[in-house]
Design a protein around this ligand. Structure first.
Ligand SMILES: [Zn+2]
Length: 174
């Protein structure tokens, strides 16, 4: 996992970048090691170069708002690979996407109308609303707001834990 967490100059995480990008920012003086410690644990090693796992911009940057792509993968991540009807966790390939208000009745393709759903529940619900099918949604589907917090969910837990540990980036508030 040769990725680097990038913070703005107020220590707020703004991006996850490749080690190459991190190296360029460091060499240009646009970023610095966020921890100010050079111990090996805080570095990743790429081709004999040590790069900090977390870097921080040295200048003020207004970060533009980034819209999260609406796609199958992101819906599954939002729902934590849990079927939103039976509450069980599945592998990505075992999940389908369900239109809460049925597609056959012109239910729209939007964040607020699509949920992760296992094949059994999808078959059971068929072309009905949850109420008609007497199936309860675990929670109301929503459009995720914070792009970066959402991106972090896709990384291995150990990497995210390292990033979060030092910068108190609270995933629970997403
Ligand atoms: Zn299910």
């Amino acid at each position: 996992m040769k990725k680097v967490l990038l913070l703005d100059n107020h220590n707020h995480p703004i991006n996850i970048c490749t080690w190459k990008r991190a190296l360029i920012l460091l060499m240009k003086g646009k970023a610095e090691n966020a921890r100010r410690l050079n111990d090996i644990e805080n570095m990743i090693k790429v081709e004999n170069i040590l790069i900090p796992r977390v870097i921080k911009l040295t200048y003020d940057l207004a970060v533009p708002y980034k819209e999260l792509p609406f796609c199958r993968e992101n819906i599954l991540v939002r729902d934590d690979f849990v079927c939103q009807y039976c509450g069980k966790k599945f592998k990505p390939e075992e999940l389908t996407l369900d239109h809460v208000f049925p597609k056959s009745r012109l239910g729209p393709d939007i964040w607020e109308n699509i949920v992760a759903c296992c094949k059994d529940c999808n078959q059971k619900k068929a072309d009905r609303t949850p109420k008609e099918a007497r199936m309860k949604l675990l929670r109301r589907p929503f459009r995720p707001k914070d792009y970066l917090k959402f991106e972090l969910l896709k990384y291995p837990a150990a990497v995210v834990k390292y990033w979060c540990e030092f910068f108190a980036y609270d995933l629970a508030t997403s």
